[in-house]
Design a protein around this ligand. Structure first.
Ligand SMILES: C[S@@+](CC[C@H](N)C(=O)[O-])C[C@H]1O[C@@H](n2cnc3c(N)ncnc32)[C@H](O)[C@@H]1O
Length: 277
C-alpha cells in the first residue's frame, strides 16, 4: 500500500483506520482535530467541515478519547504525539492525555503565536493555539533540539572580528551562530491570504509549523502520521524531509486536495503494509 513518494493517503474515519493498524506503527503522530468551535468551518471557495458538537464539550471529548487511546497504542517507543488545540478544549484534552499517557510522559505545552484574524475590544485578542506534546515513553523519545532567530546583543562588547560576547568570570562567552534554542513559544506566521501555499482548505496549517515538529521529533525514514490530515500539510512536509507518511481524513474534498499536493492516489481503509519501509 506504500505510495510512490513513501506515503499513504486514506479517505475514511480515522478511528476505523487506527484500529486496523498494528501496535508500534508510527514514530510521530500529529493531530489537528476540529476545535469545538461550534461552527461549520468553511472557506470562501465552498470547502468545509463540520465542527458542531451536539452535547457540547462532553461529546467532543467522547469523540477524541478513543482516538487518543489508539494513538498511544500506535506509537513506537521512541515516538511522540502533538495534539493541536486552542483555548476552547486544550485544558480538557490535557487531562485526557495525562490519563492515557501518564503525566510523566508530558513534554510540552507549545504556544503557537500568530497575528492573523480579528481583534476584540472586550478582551485581549486570542492569537495563539496550544499544541500538547507527549512522549510514548519519556526518555526514549526522539528529540532534536533546534535553534532559530537571533540573540539580543545590543550594548555588548565586540571582539576584533566584530563578534559580540559577554564578559564572564571564566572569560568571554560567545553566542551560538545559529541563534538561540527554540523554546515552547513558537512565532510562526499563519498562512497569509495570498500565500502560494494556500490550497483553499479551511484551517490549513503552514508547512513551516509542521517542518518544525517533524524535524524535532522524528528522523529520516521514520513514519509520520496525521489522522486529521485535511489538505495534507503534514504529509507534504514529511515527504520533503525524507520521512514516510500516513494521512487520513474523512472528507473527500480534503483528500482530493491532499492527493493533488502529494501526487498520489488515495486508498480506501484496509489493513495494509504501511509499516514496511
Ligand atoms: C483542523 S482540520 C485539519 C487541517 C490540516 N491540518 C491542514 O493543514 O489542512 C481537521 C480535519 O479533521 C477531519 N476529520 C474530522 N473528523 C474526522 C474523522 N472522524 N476521521 C478523519 N478525519 C476527520 C476534517 O474533515 C478536517 O479536515
Amino acid at each position: 500500500m506504500a505510495g510512490d513518494t513513501g506515503g499513504t493517503l486514506v479517505c475514511g474515519d480515522n478511528l476505523t483506520l487506527m484500529r486496523s493498524l498494528p501496535d508500534d506503527t508510527c514514530d510521530l503522530i500529529y493531530l489537528d482535530p476540529p476545535f469545538n468551535t461550534r461552527k461549520v468551518r468553511a472557506s470562501p471557495n465552498g470547502l468545509s467541515y463540520d465542527d458542531r458538537w451536539e452535547g457540547g464539550v462532553q461529546s467532543y471529548l467522547d469523540f477524541l478519547r478513543p482516538r487518543l487511546v489508539e494513538v498511544y497504542r500506535l506509537l513506537s517507543c521512541r515516538g511522540s504525539v502533538y495534539v493541536h488545540l486552542d483555548w476552547r478544549t486544550a485544558h480538557y484534552v490535557r487531562v485526557e492525555l495525562d490519563r492515557i499517557f501518564s503525566p510523566a510522559n508530558f513534554l510540552n505545552e507549545i504556544i503557537w503565536s500568530y497575528r492573523t484574524g480579528g481583534l476584540s475590544k472586550r478582551w485581549f485578542a486570542r492569537k495563539h493555539d496550544t499544541i500538547l506534546l507527549y512522549a510514548r515513553s519519556n526518555g526514549k523519545h526522539t528529540f532534536n533540539p533546534a535553534r532559530c532567530g537571533k540573540f539580543r546583543t545590543d550594548g555588548l562588547k565586540r571582539d576584533r572580528q566584530g563578534r559580540p560576547y559577554k564578559e564572564t568570570k571564566s572569560g568571554r562567552l560567545y553566542f551560538h551562530p545559529d541563534g538561540p534554542m527554540v523554546t515552547d513559544v513558537w512565532d510562526i506566521p499563519f498562512l497569509s491570504t495570498v500565500s502560494s501555499e494556500r490550497t483553499g482548505y479551511p484551517t490549513q496549517k503552514p508547512e513551516a509549523l509542521l517542518r518544525r515538529i517533524i524535524e524535532a521529533s522524528s528522523s529520516p525514514g521514520d513514519l509520520v502520521a496525521d489522522f486529521f490530515c485535511g489538505s495534507g500539510t503534514t504529509c507534504v512536509a514529511a515527504s520533503r524531509l525524507g520521512r514516510r507518511w500516513l494521512g487520513c481524513d474523512d472528507s473527500a474534498d480534503a483528500i482530493a486536495i491532499a492527493a493533488g499536493r502529494l501526487g498520489v492516489e488515495p486508498c480506501p481503509i484496509t489493513v495494509g503494509d504501511i509499516t514496511q519501509e
